[in-house]
Write a new protein. Structure first.
Length: 594
C-alpha cells in the first residue's frame, strides 16, 4: 500500500470555448451556447471545416480536403473533420479542434450481419445472428492493480455483469507488442537469428513485421483476427489514443492499407498537430481529457452497431502506461460507460472483454517481489451475454473451469478464433487454430507448464525461487554476464557507436530459480539466477535471468528478455531500434557531462 496514493485530478482549464459540435447523425453545428460564453456574437464568427481522409499506403499521413465555411448545420461525409473558427473582422483564430464520427455501416458500403432478434433478415441467404466482440484494453494493467485502482469498475464487472476473471494469465513478452500480437494473430512477435558479434550460442531477436530490420515492412500481411471477423461478415473497429506509441506503429510502419472498417488513428494524428489552445495539463486536448475522445468514439460505435455483429478493439495507453495510480481517475468514467452499455441494448448479444496487456513495468512497485509478479500477470475478464449463456451453457462452464489455469495470449487467440469461426459447440471442430494454445471456452488440462503455452522462462511465475545476497559470487557473476550481454546487444543492433558502454554500478537483488522438475543427473544441473542491476552511465535498472552449468566456471548466458524496469525518458533519443531503445545511453550525454 505504500505505492498506492491519490493522483492529481485533471486540470484542463478553459483554453477555448466550445464553438462547434458534431451530432450523432453526422451534422456539424455551430454551438450557440459556446458562442455566448465566448462573448463573440454569431455575426462576428466565421467557422470552417476540412474533412480528414487517411492517405493511401501509409499510416502516418492524412489528407485535408478543401476548406468549407459553414454557418448552418452541414452533413459531414468523412469519419473525421478539422474545425477552425475565426473572429471577424481581423480573422483572429479563436477555436480549433477535430471531431470524430461513426457512420452507419450502410453509408460506408458495408453489408454486415444483422445482430438483433427483432430484425427479420431480408433474404434466406442473409447471414444469421452472431455474437459481437467488444475488447477494452488498459496498457500496463495487472489484475491486482485493476482491483486496487478501478474498484468500482471491478465490482460492476464481477457483481453485475458476471465477469469471469482469469487469475493465471501470464504475459508472453516484455511490452505491449509481443503480448497483443499473439493474442490477435496466434503468432510470435520475433524471430531468432544467430549474430556473429554476439557471444557464441546467443541469438539476436529481430521483429518479423513492421520495424526497420523486420522481414516484412508493414503489418498488412499479418493474419490478424479481425480479418477473420471481416470474412465472417462482422463490422470491425480499432482505436488507440497515442499514435506515436501505438501497438503497430511504435518505431514501425504500421499498416499501408486501413486495417479495419472503422480506424481512429487519423483523428489522433490531426489532434496531435493542433498547436493552439493547448491545456497546461498534457492529459487533455484543449478543455477535454484525452481519454474522453477515445471512449466517446468507442461508445458511439458500440451503440450504433447494436443491431449488427461487430468486433471492436479499444486500447488506452496514456492513463495507465507510466504510473501505477493515474488510472484511478478514470474509475467512475469507465464504470459509467459499462453501466450505460449494460442497461441498454448494446451488449445484449456481445461478448465483452476488459483486460490489460501486462502489468506496470516502470513505476516504483516494479522493484518489489509482488511488482515483478504483477508485471507478468495482466488483468483479463470476459462477460458472455445472457442469450449465449442460455444457448451455449458449456461456454460459461469452460470459462469458469479455467479461471485459475495457467494461460497465455496464445490461448486467448484461440478463444477469439472460436468466435470468428463460429466454433462454439461443446466439442471443438479443430484441435486449435494456431500452433500453440487451447481455447478457454472448454476445460484445459491443469498440468500445463510455461513451455506448453509459450511463456518464456523469464516471465514464468510457476517456479519456486530463493533470495540470495547481492554480494554473493553467483549474483556478481550473473550481473557481469548481464552487462556484457546488454553491451553486445547494443552493438548487434547497430547502436554501438551511438551508445555509451555500460558498466555495473550495483547489484540490487538476486534470486536463484529452483528447478521446476527433478534433475535426472548431477551433470545436468543448471543454475539459473535472476539478477537486478543498476548501470552507469544513465542509471538504468535492468533485470535478466542468467543460466550456467553448476559445474562450469564461465559466466553462463542470458536467457530470454532483459527487462528495463525504470523509465528511460530521452536517454536513448539517438537510436530507433526497439531493443536498443531500452538500454542505450546516448554518447552525447556522456560528452555533455553531468
Amino acid at each position: 500500500m505504500q505505492y498506492v496514493r491519490p493522483y492529481p485530478p485533471f486540470k484542463c482549464g478553459r483554453p477555448q470555448s466550445y464553438l462547434t459540435y458534431l451530432d450523432h447523425q453526422g451534422y456539424l453545428h455551430r454551438n450557440e451556447s459556446g458562442m455566448k460564453e465566448s462573448g463573440i456574437s454569431a455575426g462576428d464568427l466565421q467557422c470552417s471545416y476540412q474533412e480528414i481522409v487517411r492517405c493511401n499506403h501509409t499510416d502516418d499521413k492524412v489528407v485535408h480536403l478543401p476548406r468549407v465555411i459553414f454557418e448552418y448545420p452541414v452533413q459531414i461525409n468523412s469519419d473525421f473533420v478539422l474545425v477552425k473558427c475565426y473572429q471577424l473582422p481581423f480573422l483572429r483564430l479563436v477555436y480549433e479542434t477535430a471531431h470524430a464520427y461513426i457512420a452507419f455501416p450502410e453509408s460506408k458500403g458495408l453489408n454486415p450481419i444483422l445482430n438483433d432478434p427483432n430484425v427479420t433478415p431480408k433474404s434466406d441467404v442473409e447471414k444469421r445472428n452472431r455474437p459481437s466482440v467488444l475488447i477494452i484494453v488498459f496498457d500496463s494493467m495487472s489484475r491486482l492493480n485493476f482491483i486496487r485502482q478501478l474498484s468500482k469498475t471491478y465490482a460492476f464487472l464481477t457483481d453485475k455483469m458476471d465477469a469471469v476473471v482469469f487469475k493465471g494469465l501470464t504475459k508472453t513478452g516484455d511490452n505491449t507488442y509481443p503480448n497483443i500480437l499473439p493474442m490477435l494473430s496466434g503468432l510470435g512477435a520475433y524471430e531468432h537469428l544467430y549474430a556473429e558479434d554476439l557471444q557464441k550460442g546467443e541469438k539476436l531477436w529481430v521483429p518479423i513485421w513492421g520495424g526497420k530490420k523486420a522481414r516484412y515492412g508493414s503489418f498488412d500481411a499479418v493474419p490478424l483476427v479481425w480479418k477473420n471477423f471481416t470474412e465472417a461478415g462482422y463490422i470491425t473497429m480499432f482505436a488507440e489514443d497515442l499514435p506515436e506509441y501505438a501497438i503497430f506503429n511504435y518505431l514501425s510502419k504500421g499498416f499501408l492499407e486501413q486495417p479495419t472498417d472503422y480506424y481512429m488513428r487519423p483523428f489522433w494524428l490531426v489532434m496531435d498537430n493542433i498547436t493552439h489552445f493547448k491545456s497546461s495539463d498534457n492529459r487533455c486536448y484543449g478543455n477535454i481529457p484525452r481519454h474522453t475522445f477515445l471512449y466517446n468514439y468507442t461508445e458511439e460505435f458500440v451503440t450504433k452497431m447494436s443491431n449488427y455483429s461487430y468486433f471492436a478493439f479499444s486500447f488506452l495507453t496514456q492513463m495507465s502506461h507510466d504510473y501505477l495510480n493515474l488510472i484511478k481517475l478514470l474509475d467512475h468514467d469507465i464504470e459509467s460507460m459499462l453501466k450505460r452499455f449494460f442497461n441498454g441494448p448494446s451488449l445484449s448479444n456481445t461478448i465483452t472483454i476488459v483486460m490489460g496487456d501486462h502489468g506496470n513495468r516502470f513505476d516504483a512497485i516494479r522493484s518489489t517481489v509482488i511488482g515483478r509478479v504483477e508485471e507478468r500477470m495482466p488483468f483479463f475478464s470476459i462477460v458472455l451475454p445472457e442469450s449465449l449463456k442460455k444457448s451455449h451453457p458449456h461456454l460459461q462452464h469452460g470459462l469458469k473451469a479455467n479461471r485459475e489455469t495457467l494461460l497465455s495470449w496464445f490461448d486467448i487467440y484461440e478463444l477469439l478464433m472460436d468466435i470468428a469461426m463460429d466454433n462454439l459447440g461443446e466439442v471443438s471442430e479443430v484441435k486449435r487454430w494456431g500452433v500453440i494454445g487451447l481455447s478457454p471456452f472448454r476445460p484445459i488440462p491443469k498440468n500445463r507448464t510455461c513451455r506448453d503455452v509459450a511463456v518464456p522462462r523469464t516471465y514464468c511465475v510457476c517456479g519456486a525461487e530463493k533470495e540470495i545476497d547481492p554480494k554473493d559470487s553467483h549474483a556478481v557473476v550473473a550481473a557481469e554476464t548481464l552487462i556484457n550481454h546488454v553491451n553486445n546487444m547494443l552493438k548487434s543492433h547497430g547502436a554501438g557507436d551511438k551508445c555509451a558502454e555500460l558498466t555495473l554500478k550495483k547489484v540490487l537483488s538476486a534470486q536463484v530459480l529452483l528447478p521446476s522438475k527433478p534433475v535426472v543427473s548431477p551433470n545436468n544441473l543448471v543454475l539459473e539466477v535472476r539478477v537486478t542491476i543498476e548501470t552507469t552511465p544513465g542509471g538504468a535498472r535492468l533485470e535478466g535471468v542468467v543460466e550456467r552449468s553448476a559445474w562450469s566456471d564461465d559466466g553462463g548466458r542470458v536467457i530470454g528478455d532483459v527487462n528495463r524496469i525504470n523509465k528511460y525518458g530521452n536517454q536513448s533519443y539517438c537510436v530507433e531500434d526497439l531493443v536498443a531503445k531500452l538500454f542505450c545511453y546516448c554518447n552525447s550525454f556522456v560528452k555533455a557531462g553531468p
